[in-house]
Write a new protein. Structure first.
Length: 169
């Protein structure tokens, strides 16, 4: 089994993982919309708001954002401004892409490492950080954020290697 075949298998696995986590994020968004709607109805019509709804929504946002980062990167769906870029020669574009991916990999690696470290420290702390109203521990959600950042790192790494493979063809 060649290196190219191994890379394709890893890419398929990461893409499948990203789709699963994106589906979880979409379901979380649905739940968040329902929670907000029920809270608004309870607050303004029944005068009975849901206690701690802001805490729950903040934690749901962690799931939504970090579980979709890698999928969006895989679809090249992140915002980019290419007013000047599209007018550059192909060789310069290739070099700019390499620099951009290298810088992104470095940045996301540091973010991932620090998030895992922070989640670990928070899990060991007694008491660890918690939400303000319901006192839900934040450590599991820090771990979710770190895992999402790790998936983004892997996705960027795949795209970085594809960039070099495309230059050889």
């Amino acid at each position: 089994m060649g290196l190219e075949r191994i890379g394709q298998n890893i890419e398929k696995c990461i893409n499948a993982t990203n789709k699963v986590f994106t589906a979880i994020a979409a379901f979380t968004l649905l739940l968040m919309m329902l929670l907000v709607a029920v809270d608004v109805i309870g607050r303004y019509i029944l005068n009975r708001p849901i206690t701690g709804s802001t805490d729950i929504i903040e934690l749901m946002l962690v799931i939504m954002v970090f579980f979709t980062l890698a999928y969006t990167a895989g679809k090249k769906g992140h915002v980019s401004v290419d007013v000047v870029y599209i007018r550059l020669p192909k060789a310069i574009k290739m070099n700019l892409d390499r620099i951009t991916y290298a810088a992104s990999l470095f940045t996301v690696a540091i973010i991932t490492w620090r998030m895992f470290l922070r989640a670990w420290e928070s899990a060991l702390a007694d008491p660890g950080p918690a939400t303000s109203m319901l006192l839900i521990p934040e450590a599991p959600f820090m771990l979710i954020a770190a895992f999402g950042a790790f998936l983004l790192f892997i996705q960027l790494l795949i795209q970085f290697f594809q960039l070099f493979a495309g230059a050889r063809e």
